[in-house]
Unconditional design. Structure first.
Length: 232
């Protein structure tokens, strides 16, 4: 698909709608501003219980390619790569001793090194008993940015110089949190889809947007497969 898009000069996109959640958009804005300085490392986690979704295809390795890393984990991996950039080295481990869906990992752990030397740890889980979790922590030489989804939340801690006096600020996105409470998290998901398609329209016109390209999608799937040891 990516090769066909290149040959035809067409815009190929990947549906990574998490890029359009308010907490992620704010985190990217802060990151691009240079507020935390040079990127040092990223900690990323997402998890929920596999009992939360009963669709048979979701736990079918033939359909999905694998388990948690290809399910909720694929969005986490995309965001890690969104901030980390190209991956130079990668190692990973998986476990599948809980649900025992054939070919589907319950947990996937990855350790990545970017081309710029920064590190990232990734953990995608189907055994999070406390409910849905999604968080990304981005550490730089002068501070850190933390984002959560459901509820939407972004926090920044930074200083003007490494080890200097610390400043703090948080963004809670009241409208989103109220609508999440009264209409469930699905409201935020639908809003992100709208923003994503609007961005795709602008990207087709040649504008720069957060929309994920086909190459972004391919790269995320390659990383998920490599962590799970199924890249071949």
């Amino acid at each position: 698909m990516t090769a066909a898009a290149d040959r035809s000069g067409r815009m190929l996109a990947t549906g990574f709608n998490y890029r359009f959640y308010p907490s992620v958009l704010k985190a990217r804005e802060l990151f691009d501003s240079g507020i935390i300085g040079r990127l040092d490392h990223i900690r990323a986690y997402t998890g929920y219980s596999a009992t939360a979704h009963h669709q048979a295809w979701l736990h079918d390795a033939v359909e999905m390619g694998g388990g948690a890393l290809r399910d909720n984990g694929i969005h986490l991996i995309d965001l890690v790569l969104y901030f980390l950039g190209d991956v130079q080295e990668l190692t990973g481990y998986t476990s599948e001793a809980v649900w025992r869906y054939p070919g589907c990992e319950d947990n996937g752990f990855g350790l990545l090194r970017g081309a710029n030397g920064a590190l990232a740890s990734v953990h995608a889980s189907w055994t999070e008993w406390a409910g849905y979790q999604f968080r990304l922590e981005i550490y730089g030489a002068r501070g850190a940015i933390r984002l959560l989804c459901f509820p939407m939340f972004t926090q920044a801690v930074w200083s003007e110089e490494t080890g200097g006096p610390v400043r703090r600020r948080r963004w809670i996105f009241p409208r989103d949190q109220v609508m999440e409470k009264f209409k469930s998290y699905r409201w935020a998901v639908v809003e992100s889809f709208v923003k994503e398609f609007q961005a795709l329209e602008r990207a087709v016109r040649g504008e720069s947007t957060p929309a994920a390209t086909g190459q972004d999608g391919l790269r995320a799937v390659e990383v998920a497969a490599a962590i799970a040891g199924t890249s071949e």
